[in-house]
Design a binder for this molecule. Structure first.
Ligand SMILES: [Zn+2]
Length: 248
């Protein structure tokens, strides 16, 4: 899955090979069902992970990509645990954005306890802007693109979502895509070291959180996003008369 000229409507950019699944898999599945082309860019191969190996994780990421029906899944080969907004990282991402021309990027929120996630967010915001500057990395000969819109995946109670996507229909498919990363999650009688996410309760918490965000819009499951920019609404009546939960 590395077709160099695959145009994308939506590209999810996250740090580690299971982050996109945990954060936005429901939204990617829903967007695909609506006819959009979708891709995932993993910044690292997850080689710092307590469990699994880069080879196992690459196979798992491919399996998950099939379950998510992605048009493209690629890797930026940044060092796991040391993701940093270097010029090399920014330029590499600008080249990806100019090659695939996504109109919307999904990524982490900057208020995140994992430094790789915080820095991924920063690289994404900077590269999105730089990709629109004609003179930036001109020697690559790709040409500038319009700045893609950026929606940040929300998990923190301190961040009020700008919108919640109803992913009720895709809850089971999302959990299957997450479980494709089998080396990372709970396995009975595993002799590998325990981690936060390999705990038996972790995937249950992911599901409960989706159900909580769903409850905010009166649906079974949701994924929440924060957009830094003001949303340009064409028809407020259409928007505001969709089902919502006045107790949110
Ligand atoms: Zn991560």
């Amino acid at each position: 899955m590395s077709e160099t000229n695959q145009m994308l409507d939506v590209l999810a950019v996250f740090s580690h090979p299971d982050d996109a699944e945990l954060s936005v898999a429901g939204t990617l599945l829903k967007l695909k069902s609506l006819g959009h082309t979708t891709g995932v860019l993993d910044l690292t191969r997850g080689e710092m992970g307590t469990r699994g190996t880069p080879e196992i994780r690459a196979r798992e990421a491919e399996d998950a990509a099939r379950l998510l029906k992605l048009d493209l899944r690629i890797n930026l080969d940044q060092p796991d645990g040391h993701v940093w907004p270097t010029e090399e990282a920014r330029q590499a991402l600008v080249r990806i954005l100019r090659a695939h021309k996504p109109r919307v990027l999904l990524t982490s929120h900057w208020d995140d306890p994992h430094p790789d996630h915080t820095n991924t967010c920063r690289i994404v915001r900077e590269a999105a802007r730089l990709a629109s500057m004609r003179r930036y990395d001109e020697e690559a000969g790709q040409g500038a693109i319009p700045v893609p819109a950026i929606a940040h995946s929300v998990f923190s109670r301190l961040v009020a979502p700008s919108f919640v996507v109803d992913v009720s229909e895709f809850l089971d498919e999302k959990m299957r895509a997450i479980r494709a990363h089998a080396s990372q999650f709970y396995k009975a009688n595993s002799d590998e070291a325990e981690t936060r996410i390999s705990d038996q309760g972790f995937l249950q918490q992911i599901e409960w959180r989706m159900r909580y965000y769903g409850s905010l819009i009166g649906s079974t499951a949701g994924e929440a996003f924060y957009v830094r920019e003001a949303l340009n609404v064409n028809d407020p009546v259409e928007l505001l008369t969709r089902p919502m939960n006045i107790y949110s």
